[in-house]
Design a protein. Structure first.
Length: 116
């Protein structure tokens, strides 16, 4: 794991705002305002996605983060970030917002159906 890559993300996401990075799961979590919106594993950046935002990733052919757990493939709600964000910081801002908004939505309490 390259700490230089993780440090570079502060520059990549500067237009988006301040980020924090924390070691976790053999990689790093990328946070903004205490919500994890990104994940770095093996020098690959993944951004949070949900049903609303995942089509944007899929349209570009970006892969979800998956790992093998006791012979079963586990797919997480993070997709590989587009390579263009590392050169185009305006696009980095767009994609960071997309990941952060998905994190906000997933952090909201689930609505329960009322009994009438």
């Amino acid at each position: 794991m390259s700490t230089e890559f993780v440090s570079y993300l502060h520059e990549v996401f500067a237009q988006f705002g301040t980020i924090q990075t924390r070691r976790m799961f053999g990689g790093y979590g990328i946070y903004h305002q205490s919500l994890m919106f990104g994940l770095v594993i093996d020098d690959t950046l993944y951004l949070k996605a949900d049903a609303l935002s995942s089509p944007a990733f899929e349209q570009l052919g970006l892969a979800p983060f998956e790992y093998d757990r006791h012979g079963k493939i586990i797919k997480m709600s993070y997709y590989q970030a587009p390579e263009e964000i590392f050169e185009d910081f305006e696009q980095a801002n767009v994609w960071a917002k997309r990941g952060y908004e998905a994190a906000v939505r997933s952090n909201q309490p689930k609505k329960t159906k009322s009994k009438t």
